[in-house]
Design a protein around this ligand. Sequence first.
Ligand code: GAP
Length: 461
Amino acid sequence: MSEVKLEDIVSLCKRRGFIYPGSDIYGGEAGLYDFGPYGVELLNNLKRSWWRANVYDKDNYVGLDSAMFKHPKVWEASGHVGGFNDPLAECKNCHHRIRVDKELGAISVTADEKMSEEEINRLFDENRAHIKCPVCGHKDFTDVKGFNLLVKSNLGDFTGTGERPVYLPGEACQGIYLNFKNVVDTTPSKIPFGIAQIGKAFRNEISPRNFLFRTREFEQADTQYFVKPHENKEAYDRIKQDRWNWYLSIGIQEKNLRWHQHENLVFYASDAWDIEYDYPTLGFDELEGIHDRTDYDLSQHMKFSGVDLQYQDPATNEKYIPWILETSVGLGRMFLAVISDAYYVENIGEGQTRTVLKLKPELAPVKVAVSPLLKNKPELVAKAREVYDMLKKEFGAVMWDDNGNIGKRYRRQDEIGTPYCVVIDFDSLEGETKDTVTVRNRDTTEQVRMPVAELTDYIAK
Ligand code: GAP
C-alpha cells in the first residue's frame, strides 16, 4: 500500500478545485461528487485518451452515445430487476444498514454480492459475534436480504401510479447491446468488432464510501467486443493486455497494478478478471472489470424484445448470436488512481516540502500558467497578457496566475499539476533579454530563460 493517505488526496482535490462534495452548501449528499474546474479538465483529458485508445487507434471499433433512459423491459432482460442486489442487514438498535459482504470482507471472510441469500446468511450467522454496527456499536442485526440497486424514476408517469418504472442505468453498457443491430446495419462493422461508449450509471449503493471509489452516480467507460461463439479466448487475452498497457501509457506505475481473477462468477460469465489498483489507504481493489459474457446479453434482449439479434456472416451466411467480451471502468476510480499515482510530497530544503502532481502533460488540467512577476506593475502585466493570449490560443488550458508571491504561485501550480510556469519579469521588457521569459519545469523545478518566440514550440514538445 502506498504511503499517501486517501484523506490527503481528498483534501488536495477540494483545496485545488478538482472535486467538491455534491450539494456541498446543503451539507452534502452521500455518494455524490462534483468535478470542479481542474477536475473536469483532467476528467475530459482521461476520456479523450481512453477514446483515442479504444476507438481511433483501433481498426474495428466504433463509438456510441445511447440515451440514459431505456424501455423498462431492458432492465428485466438484463437481469437487473431480478438480481442486481447487494446483501443488506439492518441494525436492530439504530436501524443503520450495513452491506454484509463488505463487513465480512473487513474481518477477512470472503463474501460477495453474487452469493445466494442463503449462503451469505449462513456466513453472516457464523460471524455475527465479530460484526458491530459502525454507528451504535450493537451486534444485533436482522437477517440478510438482497437490496436492489436500481434507481427508479417517474419519467413518463403522468398518473403517478408508478406501474411502469423507468430506471436510471444500472450499468452504461446496456445501450451498446440495444444498438448492436443498428450498428451492424448502418456501418461497415463486421464481426469481430467492438463498440465503445462512455455513459452514466446510477446505483443505490447502501454505503457509498471512500470518496470516488464507491459512489451512487458515476460514469463508466465501456467496450463491448463481439466475436463468433467460442472464438473468445485469443481476443480476451489480447484485450486484457491492451487495457493493462493503456494504464501504463497514461503514467500509472506498474507496481501499483495487479490482476485479480474472479472465483465466484455471475451465472452468464465464463471468465472475469479485474485490474486492481493500490489505492491510498484502501490498498488493492477493483479499478476495471474485463468480462467474458458469452451470448447472454444479446440472447436476453432477443428473447425480451422479440427482435432477431443474430448476426449473419456476410461471407458464409452462417447465423449466430455473438459472444461479448467487455471492458468496463468507472471514470471516478480511474481519476482517483491517476491522481493518487501522480501525488508526491518532496523535500525542498530548509525543512520545507512541496506537494506536486506529476501528471503526464497531456492529462494535466492546466498546461501552462502565466504570471507577471508583480501584479501592480502595468508594464509587466501588459507583457504577461500578451504572452498569455498567445499561449491560450495555442493550448486552451492556460491559467493567468498573479495571486500571491511567485513561491506561492509555484506551490499552487505544482498541486494542480501544471507542467510549466512562465514568468514575465523586468528583464523581459528591456535590454538584451527583452522579449524573453523564464519557464519553470514542474518536475525538476529548474528555470530556463527563453525568447517568447520559442515558447509555443518548447511547451508543445
Ligand atoms: N457492465 C459491467 C459492470 O457494470 P461492474 O463491475 O459492476 O460491471 C464496472 O462495474 C466498473 O464500474 C468497476 O470496475 C468500477 O470501476 C466502476 N464502478 C462500479 N460500481 C461503482 C460505484 N458504486 N462507484 C464508482 N465506480 C463504480
